[in-house]
Design a protein around this ligand. Structure first.
Ligand SMILES: Nc1ncnc2c1ncn2[C@@H]1O[C@H](COP(=O)(O)OP(=O)(O)OP(=O)(O)O)[C@@H](O)[C@H]1O
Ligand SMILES: [Mg+2]
Length: 511
């Protein structure tokens, strides 16, 4: 570590925070040097977002102090944090979709956004920032029309426009394509070189290894380890996080495929504007196999899953689930035909945040004979089922009566996964099952999916993580611009799969 005479950019000293019975941050001491990228890793619910929210003035710590550049400070609100040069890019973006990029950047900044001089100055600064940091973006574009990666750039621009010297990013790559993530990292390096201090939360340990200078590991509210990145490894970080060795490879035997349980034949789908999003997609998934769809996000994978699940109606083509034609049926009827669906966007489709965890586990299954007796619900049967799921998936805190909103991001995801696999459906659609989930829980979810496969269920998996597709799937299909562009075994090289994802089928690969 470089010996520097300057005080650290940020110091947390004895920071402590409880939410009721949950001790989210325990006596945290942490110092971060200016001009470095510091990683923060830890299991779901370890307290990472809480600590960053305290720095950003969103929560007040119960005890402890924060020093910026050696000076003790009190951060009373996010506006206060911004004034002190702290910016945060949240897990969920906080942009106003119906406003332009420029309006969003000006929102909440000093002065009125409608004043012409402010606007002219903002345009000039935006152009400058775009040139300096490759953050190119049209100031007049509507946020609703931007890709997720572009929206994130607006969030970063917003913080830089307000003069942030300290930038907090909470799982910034969870929703990015690999190319967008690489671009983000180039920007972060550049910012650090200029002396800005970056705090990065991520579950992707490879990213920690690739981009950070130092990394701290949190477990159950405490900092349990800290490393120079150059002196650690993915394995050591995983072990420090979970407190035991973690199996980074998926263990599975060969598949024994049986009857076709899901069949998609020449399905076309057009969006509201009449643009083709699925183009004669055909595939089948047999009992006892996992078929993975590899593809850069936005190439029709989400629409395919939604068409099969009865959320969108195909323009033409046939879909059969366990031998039953399901085109035109609604989601509940498709579920009755034997299908379960882990949606990729858990906030939009998977959870009702104001309902308790156990009520969420009931969603779509209110009529299950295990607890529905006539018009009455058997509350204790529901509680028992929820407790079992909480145990199986190690969902924390261990209380199914808490509102879903109060669980950390990864634990919310585990609630959705637990609900959908509990019914052991014949056909399971799985979208981004481990997005935002820690490495120990990834291991548990992967094991469960393999177990379902081995019991004879048919699984269709969509994931932006190529590693996940390759380690879980028995067969891999690539998708590009709404078409299936190739099929291969999961053990072919990443380059070949990459080419298929780009719509090119290389020699020797069945397309
Ligand atoms: N507003 C809140 N009210 C009650 N409990 C909360 C609140 N915010 C967080 N918690 C709890 O505090 C603990 C720490 O949560 P936090 O969101 O900091 O975890 P995290 O490390 O960011 O996890 P993840 O990786 O899943 O995002 C969790 O047990 C969570 O359920
Ligand atoms: Mg978090």
């Amino acid at each position: 570590m470089s010996v520097s005479a300057l005080p650290p950019a940020i110091e947390f000293i004895g920071i402590d925070k409880r939410f009721g019975a949950v001790h989210a941050n325990r006596d945290i001491d942490l110092a971060i040097e200016a001009g470095t990228i510091h990683g923060l890793v830890g299991e779901n619910g370890a307290g990472k977002s809480t600590l960053m929210s305290i720095l950003y003035g969103f929560y007040a710590a119960d005890r402890g102090e924060i020093r910026l550049h050696g000076r003790k400070t009190t951060i009373r609100s996010s506006a206060d944090a911004i004034r002190q040069g702290i910016g945060m890019v949240h897990q969920q973006f906080m942009l106003v979709e119906t406003m332009s990029v420029l309006e969003n950047v000006l929102l909440g900044a000093e002065g009125s956004p409608r004043l012409a001089p402010a606007e002219a100055r903002a345009r000039a600064v935006l152009r400058q920032l775009a040139d300096d940091y490759e953050l190119t973006i049209d100031p007049d574009a509507l946020v609703a029309d931007l890709s997720v990666g572009e929206q994130q750039r607006v969030e970063i621009l917003k913080t830089l426009f307000r003069g942030a010297e300290i930038l907090i990013l909470d799982e910034p790559t969870a929703v990015l394509t690999p190319a967008e993530a690489a671009h983000l990292f180039r920007i972060l390096r550049r910012l650090a070189q200029e002396g800005k201090t970056i705090l990065l939360i991520t579950h992707k340990l490879k990213e920690i290894m690739a981009i950070t200078d130092r990394v701290s590991v949190m477990r159950a509210g405490e900092i349990v380890a800290e490393f120079e990145t150059a002196e650690t490894s993915v394995e050591r970080l995983a072990e420090a996080m979970v407190g035991r060795r973690v199996l980074l490879e998926v263990e599975k035997g060969p598949s024994v495929p049986g009857a076709v349980l899901l069949e998609v034949e020449a399905v076309d789908l057009r969006d509201k504007r009449g643009v083709s999003v699925l183009d004669r997609v055909s595939l089948e998934v047999r009992a006892g196999e996992i078929v993975g769809i590899a593809g850069v996000a936005g190439n029709g994978q989400s629409e395919l899953i939604e068409a099969i699940a009865g959320i969108r109606r195909p323009t033409s083509g046939r879909i059969t689930v366990c031998g039953r034609d399901v085109v035109g049926l609604g989601p509940d009827e498709v579920r009755e035909a034997g299908l379960a669906h882990i949606p990729e966007d858990r906030h939009r489709m998977g959870l009702v945040l104001d309902f308790s965890a156990e009520e969420n586990m009931l969603l779509g299954h209110e009529d299950d004979p295990a607890w529905a007796h006539g018009l009455l619900l058997d509350r204790s049967a529901i509680r028992r089922a929820a407790m079992t799921a909480f145990d199986d998936f190690d969902i924390r805190p261990d209380d199914p009566t808490l509102r879903a909103a109060l669980f950390s991001g990864g634990n919310q995801q585990k609630i959705v996964v637990a609900r959908e696999v509990a019914r052991t459906p014949r056909v399971l659609l799985v979208g981004q099952p481990t997005r935002g989930v820690d490495i120990g829980a990834i291991e548990a979810i992967h094991r469960r999916l393999i177990a379902l496969r081995d019991q004879g269920h048919a699984i269709l998996l969509v994931s932006a993580e190529l590693d996940e597709i390759r380690s879980l799937s028995d067969r891999v299909l690539a998708m590009c611009q709404g078409r299936i562009t190739g099929e291969c075994r999961p053990d072919v090289g990443e380059t070949e799969i990459g080419l298929m994802m780009a719509g090119v089928a290389p020699e020797g690969v069945r397309a």
